[in-house]
Design a binder for this molecule. Structure first.
Ligand SMILES: NC(=O)c1ccc[n+]([C@@H]2O[C@H](COP(=O)([O-])OP(=O)(O)OC[C@H]3O[C@@H](n4cnc5c(N)ncnc54)[C@H](O)[C@@H]3O)[C@@H](O)[C@H]2O)c1
Length: 450
C-alpha cells in the first residue's frame, strides 16, 4: 500500500516544510565551461599534439580537438591507411604527417602530447611508451585491458612525471559536477546504494560494426594490430568488432560500465577499487561468435555500499545512475539530472492500523493527526528539481582539461590512479562472470582473489 499525499495527510517535515518551496523546478546548466572559439593564441604558444588511432572514437576526439583554441594536430598514426586519409580530412590539412608507426610521433621533439584511441589491448603499451618518451597522453577508457596493465601504466606516469588523462569524458561534464555538488551538499544524505544501468537493442549497439570496405592486409598492418593476442589470419570482423572478444576488449564492462562507474566515483568522491564483485550474465542475443557476454549483471561492494549494475545489449533501457540515500534520490541521465528529496517520515497514519478494531483505530488516527497535522495554510510542497545539461558525456571539456594540464602541469580530472580504479571494477566484473563466483580485491597483491 502507498501513502496518499492528500491535503489532510500533509505534515510538517523540518527543512522541507517551509511553505514557499517551488515544485518541479527545471534548470538549464551552461552548455560549455568556456567558449572554444573565442580565444586567439599566438602560434608560438600553441600545443602541438599527435594522435594515435583515428577510428570511431579517435575521429571524434580529433574533430573536437581541432576546434579548441591553442592546440594543433601535427601528426597522426594508425595501422590502417584509410585512417590517414580520414585524419587529413578532419584536420583540413592534406599534408598532415601520417604514419603506421606511432613511435615516430613519440620520437618527435616538436610534439608536446598525444591523444590515443586504440583498442583496449593496446592501451598499456601506448601509454607506457608515451610516458617513457616524455609525452603527456590522453588515453581512451577503459584505462587497461588487465589489472597488471593498469598498475604498469600508473607506474610509468609517476616514474616519468607525465600527465595522463583517461577518456571517461563524463567526469568533466557539468551534469557530473552538479551531481557531485548536490551529493557533497548533503542532498540525499550519506549514499546507501547505487544503481547503474544501460540497455541497447540494435546491431550497432551490440558492436556489429561494418568493417571498412577496402580493409585488407595491404591497407592494414594486421600482424602489428594483433600485438599480444593469439596470431590468427587476417579477419575484418575482428578488426572492426574487437569489443566482442576478450583477447582485445573488456566487454560491456570496459565499454559501457566504466563511464557509469567513473561518473559515480566523481559524484560520490570515491577513488578506489570495489571490495568485491558478483556477476551473472551470458550471451543471450548476439550469438555471432563473440566470447564476451551481451548481458552482464554485477553487484559490487564499495566499502559496504552496494552498487548494482545492469548492462544489456538485448533490450533498450535508458542510461541511468541512481544515487539513493535517506534524504532522497539523485538520478543522473544522459542530458539531465533529477533531484527528488524524500522526507523519510510517515505522511499519514500507518496503514498497519487497518488491523486494529475500529475504536482503537479511530483513537490512533485522532492522536496521529493531533501530533502531525500541519497548521492550516502551512502544508509543505515537495520540491523536485530537474537540471538539464549539455551532455553527460562531454568530450570537449574533458580534452580541454587535459590540454590545460599539459600547459599548467596541474592535475587532470581523471588521472592514471583514478582511471585504474575505474578499470579494476570492470576487470572484477569480468572475472566474476568468467569464474562464476564472487571475486575480492586484494590491495596488497594488486590482484583479484576468487
Ligand atoms: N570515451 C568514449 O565514449 C569512447 C567511445 C568509443 C570508444 N572508446 C574507446 O576508444 C578506443 C578506440 O575505440 P574505437 O571504437 O575508436 O576503435 P576502432 O577500432 O574504431 O579504432 C581504433 C584504431 O586504432 C588503430 N590502431 C590499433 N592499434 C594501433 C597501433 N598500435 N598503432 C596505431 N594505430 C593503431 C586501428 O587501426 C584503428 O584504426 C577504445 O579503447 C574504446 O574503448 C571510447
Amino acid at each position: 500500500m502507498k501513502n496518499n499525499l492528500t491535503r489532510r495527510n500533509f505534515i510538517r517535515t523540518g527543512a522541507m516544510a517551509t511553505g514557499g518551496i517551488l515544485a518541479s523546478k527545471s534548470i538549464q546548466l551552461d552548455a560549455m565551461p568556456y567558449n572554444s572559439q573565442s580565444k586567439k593564441v599566438a602560434p608560438s604558444d600553441k600545443l602541438r599534439f599527435g594522435i594515435i588511432g583515428i577510428g570511431m572514437q579517435g575521429s571524434g576526439l580529433l574533430t573536437g580537438a581541432v576546434t579548441l583554441p591553442g592546440v594543433e594536430c601535427v601528426a597522426a598514426a594508425d595501422l590502417y591507411d584509410g585512417r590517414h586519409t580520414l585524419a587529413k580530412e578532419i584536420t583540413g590539412n592534406p599534408n598532415l604527417f601520417t604514419t603506421r608507426k606511432y613511435q615516430e610521433l613519440l620520437d618527435r621533439k616538436d610534439i608536446d602530447c598525444i591523444i590515443a584511441a586504440v583498442p583496449d589491448f593496446w592501451h598499456r603499451k601506448v601509454v607506457v611508451d608515451a610516458c617513457n618518451a616524455g609525452k603527456d597522453i590522453y588515453c581512451e577508457k577503459p584505462m587497461s585491458h588487465t589489472i597488471a596493465d593498469g598498475f604498469d601504466m600508473v607506474a610509468a606516469a609517476a616514474r616519468n612525471n607525465r600527465i595522463v588523462q583517461i577518456g571517461s569524458q563524463r567526469v568533466s561534464s557539468n551534469l557530473c559536477a552538479k551531481a557531485k555538488e548536490l551529493y557533497t551538499g548533503g542532498a540525499i544524505g550519506d549514499v546507501e546504494q547505487v544503481e547503474i544501468t544501460l540497455g541497447r537493442n540494435d546491431p550497432t549497439g551490440a558492436w556489429e560494426y561494418p568493417p571498412p570496405a577496402d580493409l585488407s592486409p595491404k591497407t592494414l598492418d594486421w600482424d602489428t594490430w594483433l600485438y599480444d593476442a593469439p596470431k590468427i589470419p587476417f579477419n575484418k570482423e575482428h578488426f572492426a568488432r574487437w569489443r566482442c572478444w576478450k583477447e582485445y576488449g573488456t566487454g560491456v564492462g570496459g565499454d559501457l560500465m566504466v563511464h557509469l562507474v567513473s561518473g559515480m566515483m566523481v559524484t560520490l568522491g570515491w577513488n578506489e577499487a570495489p571490495r568485491s564483485a558478483t556477476a551473472l550474465g551470458g550471451i543471450f542475443r548476439w550469438k555471432d561468435g563473440r566470447n564476451m557476454p551481451d548481458l552482464h549483471v554485477v553487484l559490487f561492494d564499495y566499502h559496504g555500499v552496494p552498487v548494482y549494475c545492469r548492462l544489456g545489449l538485448g533490450t533498450e533501457t535508458p542510461e541511468l545512475a541512481r544515487f539513493m540515500g535517506p534524504k532522497g534520490i539523485i538520478d543522473a541521465g544522459e542530458f539531465n539530472l533529477r533531484y527528488a528529496p524524500q522526507p523519510g517520515i510517515d505522511l499519514g497514519p500507518s496503514y498497519y492500523a487497518s488491523g486494529f478494531p475500529s475504536q482503537m483505530r479511530a483513537e490512533y488516527e485522532k492522536q496521529w493527526y493531533a501530533e502531525h497535522s500541519p497548521k492550516l495554510g502551512k502544508e509543505p510542497i515537495y520540491d523536485e528539481t530537474n537540471y538539464r545539461g549539455h551532455d553527460w558525456d562531454d568530450m570537449i571539456p574533458h580534452m580541454w582539461n587535459f590540454f590545460e594540464a599539459v600547459k599548467s602541469r596541474k592535475t587532470v580530472v581523471e588521472d592514471a590512479v583514478f582511471g585504474n580504479h575505474a578499470a579494476i571494477a570492470c576487470h572484477m566484473a569480468n572475472e566474476a562472470y568468467f569464474r562464476q563466483k564472487t571475486v575480492y580485491w586484494d590491495e596488497a597483491s594488486h590482484s583479484v582473489k576468487g
